[in-house]
Ligand binder design. Structure first.
Ligand SMILES: [Zn+2]
Length: 135
């Protein structure tokens, strides 16, 4: 019985985060057709190279971003970078499982609040603080 409840809980978290995961998978599939690579590791899909690299490099955080998580999909510029940031990004995967469709707005509002408070919109964002602490 406990096993069924755990499976149901995991399934619910996957469905709850799925709007972002689907977007991440679209980018991942595009990267597959543009010279990129993909795999499933530790509960998340990882894509790097091709369009995934282009996408990550053009994020507001810039060319130094090694990884970016959308639901259960982690996008990166290179294999080595994804290995380095793997634990950090998996904290974000867990955050998507909790916040679901509200993750994007909640993250952006926290960044805005930090910026308006004179703090760093990225490093002081509570989602990032948790990811850096645990990852
Ligand atoms: Zn992060």
């Amino acid at each position: 019985m406990l096993r069924v409840l755990r499976l149901g809980s995991k399934l619910a978290r996957i469905v709850w985060a799925s709007p972002y995961s689907l977007l991440g998978l679209l980018i991942g599939v595009a990267s597959q057709f543009t010279g990129g690579h993909g795999r499933f590791r530790d509960g998340a899909f990882e894509f790097y190279g091709g369009f995934a690299t282009w996408f990550v490099r053009h994020l507001p955080t810039g060319i130094h971003t090694a990884g970016f998580t959308l639901g259960h999909v982690i996008l990166g510029q290179a294999d080595e970078g994804l290995v380095i940031v793997g634990r950090h990004e998996r904290v974000h995967v867990r955050q998507y499982e909790v916040w679901g469709p509200f993750m994007g707005p909640a993250y952006l509002l926290c960044s805005l609040w930090m910026w308006c408070s004179g703090k760093d919109a990225y490093r002081d964002n509570p989602f990032e603080v948790e990811a850096y602490r645990e990852g």
